[in-house]
Write a protein that binds this ligand. Structure first.
Ligand SMILES: NC(=O)c1ccc[n+]([C@@H]2O[C@H](COP(=O)([O-])OP(=O)(O)OC[C@H]3O[C@@H](n4cnc5c(N)ncnc54)[C@H](O)[C@@H]3O)[C@@H](O)[C@H]2O)c1
Ligand SMILES: O=C(O)C[C@H](O)C(=O)O
Length: 369
């Protein structure tokens, strides 16, 4: 009898220990889950946020289109005094949309407040060219805007802040920003040519009547302007699980060398003619593609186009922000090396280089104004 009671007591103790351990394990798993679920928020600055691209872009960022569906974000939106009320309206809408990933919103006209602790800066605000305006006046205005914003980013943004310039002239604005933010690494300053890249994919997919995701490895070389060179000589298309070159699939060199190039080069102008406004939803979506691939990496076997600081690759002078084919891994881009450049491509790449050299010297001539 005594033995039996001792046995029951032991069993009871064992059960209590077992239940406690199970509970403890559940609590540990719950805490681990919590840790895994909640990444630290990334702070994203959008300048010119009250404008058209800004209005399309900020909800995409808040929905996770730019940084992924599990990445919380804090949005900093900057615009100028005349757009202050409209900017407040955008903030109200962001709050009303109740985005689960959106952990905070600042809407401000103060460049220092906007740039503080920013991890990613998307520079959409700038001075547009209006009818009858001289290129020099446009450049001079952009120099003063990008000079001030570069200094604020340099002093107040996160140490490894990644910058994407969208506002035109995008390549040269990015170069100005680089010049006035010397402590931001060259590799962190880029400009948007992904829209042109996506336009080139779109044109090929329409021509071949295939889905756009079946086409890859087009290249935009050079400036985000009508001198850019959309190049399909290394592009491929996959149909019925077979990959073949775009030039073979299209089988119309004349079209590829004339109409296709001109359509991509002039697409921005065609949209302005049609909408009486420049592209906004496609620009915003492409800006998300640019940052997403830069931060999270490009898919294996494919590249994208980014305006980056030239290191002299493919004979493009170092010191220009030029669009190259790049792959991205672990938050770093690298220019795709070793592609064969024929004479036709060389001529086109040089033409857009020359335009960028001219823009650079115009910008530098405004530095001391
Ligand atoms: N790289 C590309 O692929 C691409 C594509 C489309 C448009 N763009 C360019 O993007 C820019 C924006 O286009 P949009 O249609 O949104 O123009 P928009 O005029 O609708 O908006 C621009 C916004 O920038 C603001 N702004 C002006 N100066 C500013 C400053 N100093 N600081 C902060 N904000 C400022 C304006 O108040 C305005 O709200 C233009 O320069 C356009 O040409 C580039
Ligand atoms: O704003 C423009 O001039 C056009 C824009 O850069 C675009 O490519 O759609």
């Amino acid at each position: 009898m005594y033995m039996e009671m001792e046995y029951l007591g032991l069993l009871q103790k064992f059960l209590v220990v077992f239940v406690c351990c199970a509970l403890l394990w559940k609590i540990i798993r719950y805490l681990l889950n919590l840790l895994n679920m909640e990444k630290d928020p990334v702070t994203v600055l959008v300048t010119g946020a009250a404008g058209q691209i800004g209005y399309a872009l900020v909800p995409m960022i808040a929905r996770g289109v730019m940084l992924g569906p599990d990445q919380p974000v804090i949005l900093h939106m900057l615009d100028i005094e005349p757009a202050k009320e409209a900017l407040e309206g955008v903030k109200m809408e962001l709050i009303d949309a109740a985005f689960p990933l959106l952990k905070g919103v600042i809407a401000t006209t103060d460049v220092v407040e906007a740039c503080t602790d920013v991890d990613i800066a998307v520079m959409v605000g700038g001075f547009p060219r209006t009818e009858g305006m001289e290129r020099r006046d446009v450049m001079s205005n952009n120099v003063s805007i990008y000079k001030a914003q570069a200094s604020a980013l340099e002093k107040h943004a996160s140490a490894n802040c990644k910058v994407l310039v969208v506002a035109n002239p995008a390549n040269t604005n990015a170069l100005i920003l680089k010049e006035f933010a010397p402590s931001i690494p060259d590799k962190n300053i880029t400009c948007l040519t992904r829209l042109d890249h996506n336009r080139a994919l779109g044109q090929i997919s329409e021509k071949l009547d295939v889905h756009v995701s079946d086409v890859k490895n087009v290249i935009i070389w050079g400036n985000h302007s009508s001198t850019q060179y959309p190049d399909v000589s290394h592009a491929t298309v996959t149909t019925d699980s077979r990959e073949m070159s775009v030039s073979k699939a299209v089988s119309n060199d004349q079209w590829l060398k004339t109409e296709f190039i001109a359509t991509v080069q002039q697409r921005g102008a065609a949209i302005i003619r049609a909408r009486k406004l420049s592209s906004a939803l496609s620009a915003a979506s492409s800006a998300c593609d640019h940052i997403r691939d830069w931060v999270l990496g490009t898919p294996k076997g494919s590249w994208v186009s980014m305006g980056v600081y030239s290191d002299g690759s493919y004979g493009i002078p170092a010191g220009l922000i030029y669009s190259f084919p790049v792959t991205c891994e672990k938050g770093e881009w690298s220019i795709v090396q070793g592609l064969k450049i024929d004479e036709f491509s060389r001529t086109k790449m040089d033409a857009t280089t020359n335009e960028l050299i001219e823009e650079k010297s115009l910008a530098y001539s405004c530095f001391n104004e």
